[in-house]
Design a protein around this ligand. Structure first.
Ligand code: D41
Length: 820
């Protein structure tokens, strides 16, 4: 038996006198222990002994560099940090897998029915044989072995092109550097890099001890570790791997079934998960789904669901695939995970706009792949709807990346006779009472008529509101100030270095250094550098650079960053696009705001009030004075002409009884708004309008300030009309005004990138699918939105089709001479 044939059996130790033989023996021995530990999960040697062997091999290789081999275990660590990953083309594309969103057994039955139908099987035909596996929750990788040696490892990327992460993948001990047995000349293995929960917890314990950042969940940590440019960092993350598929192969007779193929990979020394089973028909799938569902919590790692694959390769070939998803495989998920825990307390948080949000402090529970110890209860109404008391046992749910929520109170856990609504409560139960003073600034808390939220009235005098509004201002999708994290913002406000966001642009290096020193003193921390009598400044210089770099952001982002209530990214974009200049947005009277698309009365009033508020005016003036220059189109959107039509504006004045039809009638006798502003009661009386409308108009015009406001509106209208691009002057993007919805993960673009590109082309990106949606761009694992789009007959695009629609997609440069 050759050492290659059986990695699990120890060989007799080589004599210490022969370095070559000794190194070879140490390599085999170390990899044998790796295999036992990481693949078989059967440790065979104490850590200290392993370390001793490892150091001995390192010493030999250092002394005899010629003895270093590409598959040496010492090659697993380190490697030079990269500046970027090289691109790897997958000669056999890495497909994606369709997700069954029906988490019940009917989901498995539907898959089996589809397979049978597509294979033309009737009721009398035998059940289809499937391979049922776990769906690991990590990052998909492709490992390429050439003549048995790990030659390259790549991420999935968009399925056709991935990133070369070989140096990182070498650090994963469960991945063999050399295959056992008779390895074919080329063997590409597809699988998932993941992190076990116990390894994740240990990693976080180490991080906590070292004062480093705490990771959120094993999945993101694993994915992040693979994407590290410095393999030295990847080496410190306890990653593992499971194989589940094949890529390119050469010189290998691929076994005729998926199960046979996985067995073969296992025999090559690759880690293949044991919880896989060949089952027959829908009943077999359902049983597997149920059984794994029951054991899910007990597994040492997170799973996303289970995967069913038609076992026979010839049947797989007959089924083929649609748009990169094999018809012979499906991922079957589990319902969102739920857990019970106790409510230790209910705190309140003060948000950017002063909203006071009750947040339940929970006894920490691990649910849906992450530790949850806080969960928002939104507002008083929600607390009442749930009927939750401090001290209650509650059910908490978290589905994947979704924000955790309290589903319900477990009333049976309360002592008998407890009345949550009235009377004294036994220990430790307490009712939540919304504070009448802001916990941060002591200002009054008010809850307005018809509003669900209570608000602190402190405005920018409230430190909590200032912190939140500054965080919002600096956020990635707003001014995107790199390096200015929450901690810095909080300290700058705590130590009074900034009163408003405008002050950010006046900060000096000393401000940051002072604040850092004060914060360290407050926290009782003595940084290493200070202990050595040095002062670190690089970090502060970086933040200052980030602040300086944020001075020129598109107007839409600037408007979003200002943080007016009800002005989200989409509304900010509407304002920027339709009006084209900050000055015009600031001056826009209510009627003009009301006519903009998707701006309703509440939003219009919020925008108007925001820009009228002297404190906000000061902040904006200061921002401009300190060098912030929003990048603006400088012109309104051509379509604004229709919105500025007299009848449209008259109808938007908010005059009771002045319906669109009556506004139309009135407009026929007017040349301008000024004429209307100057209208005498006599002139009005001559209009052919019903008495109630006339009376209402009279009353409106006689209200103090109305006529002046109308003249202002008229002046702005004239200015905007004069600046409108002449028809045909600027060729409109074909996407202007079209509504898109993005769903699933796109192969190359992030959601944000795709959104930015579409919006740059004038399209609107919405979060939900309706009849008004023009296009849905669907990526992998698209779920209910895709289904809705299909059921409504909305056009569905993939990423490539979307990119092709963008201006300049086909020919990179626009034809010249368009400007003339
Ligand atoms: O465990 C998984 N995450 C898993 C992913 C699995 N067990 N099997 C998979 N099978 C495939 C096909 C059917 C295409 C061979 C997959 C994936 N694909 C996959 N994961 C991410 C992209 C594709």
């Amino acid at each position: 038996m050759s050492p290659k044939q059986d990695g699990a059996a120890a060989q007799a130790p080589a004599p210490a006198g022969d370095p070559a033989a000794r190194a070879a023996w140490l390599r085999a021995e170390l990899e044998r222990h790796n295999y036992r530990y990481y693949v078989l999960d059967e440790p065979s040697i104490p850590d200290a002994d392993y370390d001793a062997l490892y150091r001995e091999l390192q010493a030999i290789e250092a002394e005899h560099p010629d003895l270093l081999t590409p598959d040496s275990p010492t090659r697993r660590v380190g490697g030079q940090p990269l500046s970027a990953f090289a691109t790897v083309r997958h000669t056999v594309p890495m497909l994606s897998i369709r997700t069954e969103t029906d988490t019940e057994s009917t989901g498995a039955e539907a898959f089996d029915a589809r397979v049978r139908r597509e294979l033309g099987l009737g009721e009398g035909d035998a059940p289809v044989e499937y391979m049922a596996e776990l769906k690991f929750d990590g990052l998909a990788l492709s490992l390429r072995y050439e003549d048995g040696l790990l030659a390259r490892a790549a991420t999935r990327g968009d399925g056709s092109n991935g990133e070369d992460v070989t140096a990182n993948v070498r650090t994963i001990k469960s991945i063999p550097m050399r295959l056992k047995g008779d390895a074919p000349p080329v063997l590409e293995v597809r699988g998932e890099a993941y992190m076990r929960r116990d390894d994740f917890d240990r990693l976080n314990a180490r991080q906590r001890e070292a004062g480093e950042k705490i990771f959120v969940n094993p999945r993101n940590t694993a994915a992040g570790a693979i994407r590290q440019l410095d393999p030295g960092i990847t080496a410190q993350r306890p990653l593992r791997f499971f194989a589940y598929g094949l890529g390119e192969t050469a010189g290998w007779d691929i076994p005729p079934t998926h199960s046979g193929m996985l067995d073969a990979l296992e025999a090559f020394g690759l880690p293949v998960n044991k919880d896989r089973r060949v089952v027959r028909g829908a009943a077999g799938l359902v049983a597997f789904h149920r059984e794994i569902g029951e054991r899910r919590e007990a597994l040492p790692f997170d799973i996303d669901g289970v995967v069913y694959k038609v076992n026979r390769l010839d049947l797989q070939r007959r089924l083929g695939f649609v748009s990169r998803e094999p018809r012979w495989a499906v991922a079957h998920k589990y319902p969102a995970q739920e857990r019970t825990t106790t409510v230790l307390g209910i705190d309140v948080q003060v948000g950017r706009t002063g909203a006071i949000t009750p947040v339940a402090r929970l006894a920490p529970v691990f649910v849906g792949g992450a530790m949850v110890s806080n969960v928002t209860l939104h507002n008083q109404d929600e607390i009442e709807r749930l009927g939750v008391l401090i001290g209650d046992t509650v059910i908490v749910r978290r589905a994947g990346d979704v924000i955790p929520e309290v589903v319900a109170v477990v009333a049976e856990q309360r002592p008998p006779g407890l009345d949550p609504a009235a009377g004294p409560l036994p220990e430790p139960y307490r009712r939540f009472v919304m504070p009448d003073k802001c916990p941060v600034c002591q200002s009054h808390v008010v809850r307005e008529e018809g509003e669900a939220v209570a608000r602190c009235t402190g405005g920018l005098t409230c430190k909590a509101q200032r912190k939140e509004s500054t965080r919002h201002f600096a956020a990635r999708r707003a001014m995107d100030i790199e390096g200015l994290g929450e901690r810095h913002i909080d300290n700058l406000i705590e130590f009074e270095r900034i009163a408003s966001v405008a002050d950010l642009y006046r900060l000096k290096l000393e401000d940051f250094l002072d604040v850092k020193r004060l914060a360290d003193e407050r926290d009782g921390v003595v940084p290493e550098t200070v202990a050595q009598g040095k002062i670190a400044t690089k970090w502060a210089e970086n933040i200052l650079e980030g602040i300086a770099a944020s001075k020129e952001r598109p107007l839409a982002r600037f408007l979003f960053a200002l943080g007016a209530r009800h002005v989200g990214e989409s509304t900010a974009k509407t304002l920027a696009d339709w009006l084209g200049r900050l000055a015009w947005v600031r001056r826009a009277p209510l009627p003009l705001l009301r006519v903009l698309p998707d701006v309703g009365e509440v939003v219009a009033e919020s925008i108007y009030e925001f820009f009228k508020e002297p404190r906000n005016e000061t902040v904006i003036d200061e921002l401009l004075r300190y060098g912030v220059v929003p990048v603006e189109a400088g012109r309104p959107l051509p379509a604004l002409a229709d919105k500025l039509a007299l009848p449209v504006l008259l109808a938007a004045l908010g005059v009771p009884k002045l319906t669109a039809l009556r506004a139309e009638q009135l407009a026929q006798d007017l040349d301008s708004l000024d004429q209307f502003a100057d209208a005498s009661p006599e002139w009005l009386a001559e209009r052919k309008l019903p008495a109630d409308a006339l009376a209402s108009l009279q009353e409106f015009l006689e209200r103090p300030g109305t006529r002046a406001q109308l003249r202002e509106l008229s002046a702005l209208r004239a200015e905007l009309l004069a600046e409108l691009p002449a028809p045909g002057e600027a060729a409109q993007s074909p996407l202007a005004g079209k509504t898109f919805v993005l769903t699933g993960s796109l192969p190359t673009l992030s959601r944000d990138e795709a959104k930015d590109m579409l919006e740059a082309a004038g399209a609107k990106v919405s979060g939900s699918v309706s009849k008004k949606t023009d296009f849905v761009v669907a990526g992998a694992e698209a779920g209910s939105k895709l289904e809705k789009a299909l059921s409504l007959g909305v056009t569905v695009l993939d990423e490539a089709a979307m990119l092709a629609m963008l201006p300049g997609a086909a020919n990179a440069a626009e034809p010249k001479g368009e400007q003339s």
